[in-house]
Design a protein around this ligand. Structure first.
Ligand code: 3PG
Length: 197
């Protein structure tokens, strides 16, 4: 690959594709207390999954991320999900998370995400969301909630309309459907919580 192509690639979303191409499945996990952590991480590793998206949906989430980073960062990529504010971006920057996932897309938050230096993936559901992301210079999105916004059929249509864009569909995906999502050429990874059940 030519040098300028490498630079172009790494500039986009702080190289989120570099993270996702290593992890076909991104487990979306909500953690309530310290006692849950070892079981969750060891369960994922036993399934050959070396990545976790810890959602900011519990008061314990930031502490959980800190503990997982301290104990398991040589084994697993530790991302944070459900990021919706500047304050949350600041907090997870201090924890040196490996990637940031947001359920939606917003130009102002996008500026903070770019400045964070951390790989990030914003959520999109509609063509207008995707166009906003492309205007920001981005090309990799969480398609969320995938099951409610057309699933595989929508991704096939987006593949025709937005050929340079790739997705990590998330929401309502399960053990029976994830492989069909991964088969699509515009899908890099799939996210969800099915493997935790
Ligand atoms: C998410 O925030 O990405 C979703 O809660 C995951 O969706 P799922 O639980 O339906 O897999």
């Amino acid at each position: 690959m030519k040098k300028e192509q490498v630079l172009f690639k790494t500039m986009k979303q702080n190289n989120i594709r570099g993270v996702l191409e290593k992890h076909q499945v991104v487990p979306v996990v909500t953690i309530n207390n310290e006692a849950e952590i070892d079981g969750i991480i060891n369960g994922l590793i036993a399934k050959g999954i070396y990545c976790i998206e810890v959602t900011l949906r519990t008061p314990y989430a930031l502490t959980a991320i800190e503990l997982i980073k301290a104990k398991y960062s040589n084994q697993i990529s530790v991302g944070v999900g459900t990021v919706v504010s500047k304050e949350q971006i600041e907090a997870v920057k201090a924890l040196k998370v490996d990637f940031i996932v947001s359920p939606g897309i917003n130009a102002e938050l996008g500026g903070y995400l770019m400045e964070s230096g951390i790989p990030f993936i914003p959520g999109v559901a509609t063509p207008s969301d995707i166009i906003l992301g492309m205007q920001m210079g981005w090309d990799t999105f969480k398609f969320f909630p995938a099951n409610l916004f057309g699933g595989i059929d929508a991704l096939k249509t987006y593949g025709q309309v937005f050929p340079s864009v790739i997705f990590c569909p998330t929401g309502g995906i399960n053990g029976d459907t994830y492989a069909s999502y991964l088969d699509l050429k515009n899908v890099i990874s799939v996210g969800g919580s099915w493997m935790m059940k």
